[in-house]
Design a protein around this ligand. Structure first.
Ligand code: PEP
Length: 402
């Protein structure tokens, strides 16, 4: 397993004197500690790179730069090339940080070029991606992150998994004191992992994904407990050597994904849905035409019981001759379903719930393969009742599964 990464981004902070004082404290704390499962990386401002490089010699700390140009040299006033950074002992380069994207208008194209230059020089890019608050609220989190990952890496035809790192840094969590919940981070990290695996197969899947955004000694353990969080990128809290050390020395206890034991669906009695009789208009997301799948049993039952059902799966048009729609976006807003039933695993359920909420249902009923409270919390925040989630033990009892 590749080591976790604990990276500190000092941004435009710390003079030479302050850099020296920082390492006096930090290295004293580090002395005698053997962190075999993690790498410690610090990205000081350019002016402190050379000094930091000499101070961390023969210590486990690695050096990062906060940006880099793509060219080796040339007429690029104010820029620094990957070769120059390498000469100073830099190993990692932060690219596409939200402050570069938003304050300095670096776009995906430029970030992709910088990343190619850095990668070709043998430095390890830490590509930062993340949505703004308005993008999250509009339900665009995953599409924004997907675009940034794909455009950032598009110039690499092959990839070595140790040589690229992704940092998911939701813009609304950076420097705000409001971190993403571990569940929110996990949701996006597992989506990024899937995207990388589609792009580069096994090599893509093994790329380390860090979380960044208001990480502190108090929240680092819960963030790191998530299976797809393989390190953190820390801004504010990395400026204080004591605080950063507390983050670095966190005890990592990984949560394992708990697939809930789903019952034998052939015994499912759909009348237990107990959908109120006055609710007639239903939308089924993720309906599967395969026999004995819960969605199939539920669909069949609802149609027979006379509900007006729209399955989001065109396969049903042929099988049952009912009207279907290809995706949630194509459901007319005036349909206003009373109940949206979502058959999705937890890694996919949150964006689906976000989209479904726009249709203003009264109730959302979720079926999931993996326990995840996030979607439930989101729906409840919108005042939408969540009827069931088959994974919650309590619900198991409620539902009279055989
Ligand atoms: C950052 O700038 O990368 C960052 C995560 O900052 P903070 O930890 O201060 O939110």
């Amino acid at each position: 397993m590749k080591p976790y990464i604990f990276a500190g981004n000092w941004k435009m902070n710390h003079t030479l004197r302050e850099t020296e004082e920082y390492f006096k404290v930090f290295l004293r704390k580090l002395a005698g500690r053997d962190f075999v499962d993690r790498e410690i990386v610090i990205a000081p401002p350019y002016t402190s790179l050379a000094l930091t490089s000499s101070l961390i010699k023969d210590t486990p700390v690695k050096l990062a730069s906060q940006n880099a140009h793509f060219a080796t040299n040339g007429a690029f006033t104010g820029e620094i090339s990957p070769v120059m950074l390498k000469e100073l002992g830099v190993e990692y380069v932060i690219l596409g940080h939200s402050e570069r994207r938003h304050l300095f208008k670096e776009d995906d194209e430029l970030i992709g070029k910088r990343l190619e230059g850095v990668y070709k020089e043998g430095l390890i890019p830490i590509l930062c991606v993340g949505e703004t608050l308005s993008e999250r609220e509009a339900g665009h989190t995953l599409s924004v992150v997907e675009r940034q990952v794909k455009r950032g890496l598009e110039r690499l035809t092959e990839i070595s998994s140790e040589k690229v790192v992704i940092a998911y840094e939701p813009v609304w969590a950076i420097g705000t004191g409001v971190n993403a919940t571990p569940e929110q981070a996990e949701e996006v990290h597992s989506f990024i992992r899937k995207t990388l695996s589609t792009l580069y197969g096994k090599d893509g899947e093994a790329i380390r994904i860090l979380y960044g955004g208001s990480v502190t000694p108090d929240n680092v353990a819960s963030l790191m407990s998530k299976p797809n969080v393989e390190g953190v990128l820390v801004g504010g809290a990395s400026l204080d050597p004591e605080k950063f050390f507390k983050i670095v020395e966190v005890k990592i206890e990984k949560e394992t994904l708990t697939e809930c034991a789903l019952p034998d669906y052939s015994n499912l009695d759909p009348s237990i849905l107990e959908i109120p009789k006055n609710y007639k208009r239903l939308l089924i997301v993720g309906a599967s035409p395969k026999p004995n799948r819960p969605s199939n049993i539920v669909m069949d039952y609802l149609l027979k019981a006379g509900y007006e059902v729209i399955p989001i799966n065109p396969a049903y048009e042929e099988i049952l001759g009912v009207k279907t729609l290809p995706n949630l976006e194509s459901v007319p807003l005036e349909f206003k379903p009373e109940v949206v039933i979502i058959f999705r695993r937890s890694s996919e359920v949150l964006p689906v719930v976000e989209k479904a909420l726009k249709l203003k249902p009264k109730v959302i009923w979720m079926q999931e393969g993996i326990v995840n409270n996030d979607a439930k919390t989101l729906a409840e925040a919108y005042g939408v009742k969540v009827v069931m989630n088959l994974c919650f033990k309590k619900v198991h009892q409620l539902t009279k599964w055989k």
